[in-house]
Design a protein around this ligand. Structure first.
Ligand SMILES: NCCC[C@H](NC(=O)CCC(=O)O)C(=O)O
Length: 449
């Protein structure tokens, strides 16, 4: 049976804006209050999806969420008509209004953690939506993420869906941005690396001091238990607290892996030597083969350059014959150190043989690169056939979604637009049409309440 990695990219929602919501995420804070272009953002994302589809990769689309989240505003005591709720929130709590408008669900690497059937005791693909407790605007995502994932992977024989972990910082879970699966091919037993920022129940352990560690060790363990993984195919690695304090808010800002390759910055982890030895040994026991560890030294690329360019927020994709391509943001080609490094990387004799650059600037300015925009789901032919076929990229779907964006999206949103009740109506209209195009059924609060 054939197995594939399928990338489900987040479709950027109609209210994409720059609100400076993520302390610890340098780009989000630097671009706060800039004017956004939701139409361009959605089209940049679609162009990347189509390009990967055209490279012969399996590509899907993950629908955005309903924003503004008026239910959240009502829970916070704003009442009356939708227009009146917006008006009161704009006057009394503009920061809260900005948060409930965020299109942050576009970063689907944070939608969930996924364990493929090759790794799980019951041979099902397991999904746990991330609770994203550390940031208010992101904590609004998990319930709808769960509903959308169930509408995409709606088959109990193949797919197991879990409820997100308890909504508390002790179990802070940021999903696949801190999870990487290594395997010799996508169907066989692999090793899953969970990366965390701190221990919630043990304050004697190291932790960052300036910026938050969003993801805990305890959350990683809980997800591994839910997904029926075993010790021999899991590794828990702590992120280096110093790099979190420099702005590496997720591990996928400082390392990326695929199949037999871990591409990482030398400062990414704590106890690097010991942890990577454990990973390498478990990988060898599971696959009979050895891993490639591609370490990037600080002398060649500083942590600061990695954060500015998102060198590690790249996708490593299988292009056949044991070779991989790296899907990088344009910003990598514009930085002399990083572009020189990438030119050299493809000559080093590792599986990484090609670099493709993409313009995802609208997302980058909020701290989301190519890897943040996708959720990886390794699937067998059968599992792929059991997946909702309407979410899989095709020439037809690409055309339909571009028309849908042209019809429904604005090309500019600034802060004063957030109090415009028309934007609520437009967004719901757009999402209602989208659920029909993708045949998701009713997944949004405005459709089910
Ligand atoms: N994986 C990339 C996630 C980026 C995301 N940025 C944001 O939510 C910024 C939103 C804003 O500031 O408008 C975050 O920090 O979780």
């Amino acid at each position: 049976m054939k197995f594939f990695e399928t990338n489900f990219d987040g479709l950027v929602g109609p209210t994409h804006n720059y609100a400076g919501l993520s302390v610890g995420n340098v780009a989000s804070l630097n671009n706060a209050n800039d004017i956004s272009n939701p139409k361009a953002a959605a089209k940049q994302g679609l162009a990347k999806m189509k390009a990967l589809h055209d490279m012969g990769l399996k590509q899907g689309v993950l629908a955005p969420q309903e924003r503004p989240d008026l239910n959240a505003l009502r829970r916070l005591g704003f009442s009356g008509s939708d227009a009146s709720v917006l008006e009161q929130a704009a006057k009394q709590s503009p920061a809260v209004l900005r948060a409930v408008y965020s299109a942050s669900s576009m970063w689907t690497a944070n939608a969930a953690t996924v364990s493929p059937s090759g790794d799980t005791a019951d041979n099902k693909v397991h999904f746990t939506p991330a609770n994203l407790t550390n940031k208010f605007h992101r904590s609004l995502e998990p319930e709808t993420s769960g509903r959308i994932l169930k509408a995409m992977f709606n088959n109990e024989q193949h797919f197991a869906h879990h409820t997100h972990l308890p909504d508390n910082d002790h179990f802070g879970d940021e999903g696949a941005a801190n999870h990487t699966r290594f395997c010799s091919d996508y169907g066989s037993n692999g090793v899953e690396m969970f990366v965390y920022g701190r221990h919630a129940f043990d304050s004697s352990k190291p932790a960052p001091v300036k910026f938050p560690a969003r993801h805990t060790y305890e959350a990683c363990e809980a997800v591994a238990r839910l997904h029926k993984l075993n010790d021999s195919n899991t590794v828990y690695v702590q992120q280096n607290p110093d790099v979190i304090d420099q702005g590496v808010f997720h591990n996928d800002v400082i390392s990326v892996g695929n199949q037999n390759v871990l591409f990482y910055h030398e400062q990414a982890f704590l106890n690097t030597e010991q942890k990577l030895a454990e990973l390498g040994n478990k990988y060898e026991a599971a696959t009979g083969k050895s891993m490639h560890f591609v370490k990037v030294p600080t002398a060649q690329v500083s942590v600061d350059d990695a954060i500015r360019t998102y060198l590690f927020n790249t996708q490593l994709v299988d292009i056949g014959n044991g070779q991989m391509a790296i899907i990088a943001p344009m910003e990598c080609s514009e930085n002399p150190n990083v572009s020189a490094y990438l030119d050299k990387l493809v000559t080093l004799g590792t599986p990484i043989q090609k670099v493709h650059y993409f313009d995802v600037k609208q997302s980058m300015r909020n701290g989301g690169g190519p890897a943040c925009l996708r959720l990886r789901v390794a699937l067998s032919e059968q599992e792929l056939a059991a997946t909702n076929q309407n979410v899989l990229m095709s020439d037809k779907l690409f055309g339909e979604l571009n028309h849908w964006v042209d019809r429904n999206y604005r090309d500019e949103i600034n802060e004063s637009d957030l109090r415009d009740p028309q934007l609520v109506i437009e967004s719901r209209q757009a999402l209602d049409e989208l659920t029909q195009i993708l045949q998701l059924g009713s997944v949004y609060p405005f459709q089910i309440c």
